[in-house]
Design a protein around this ligand. Sequence first.
Ligand code: 5GP
Ligand code: ZN
Length: 113
Amino acid sequence: MADCIFCRIVAGEIPSEKVYQDDLVVAFRDIHPVAPVHILIVPRKHVRRLTEVTEADRDWLVRIQEVAAELARREGVAETGFRVVANFGPDGGQEVEHAHYHLVGGRPLGGIG
Ligand code: 5GP
Ligand code: ZN
């Protein structure tokens, strides 16, 4: 998707601080971090919203959970705790229409929301 910010980051056309990449997913630091650790984990494949995933998306969906756990360890928040969040749609505050998960930690995050 030529006009998708995250597709362009995945392709290296827009600079980002990548912290992990493999055949299925790419992780990079959020440009406007809300906590000391704020990483976005995205599938290489352009999927607009999480409600549009199919069986064909299972591999990257599982990989994102594995990568979130690995990055939490690497970033030093595995023991102190962290949050993995997927915003969805207008009410969920989704700005970028390429499915993604936020890994947030490094400070107390309080209740949901
Ligand atoms: P959403 O609100 O869609 O769940 O989250 C989108 C996130 O992408 C936001 O936290 C925003 O700061 C981040 N973001 C938007 N554009 C860029 C960019 O060009 N580079 C990086 N690294 N993050 C971005
Ligand atoms: Zn995309």
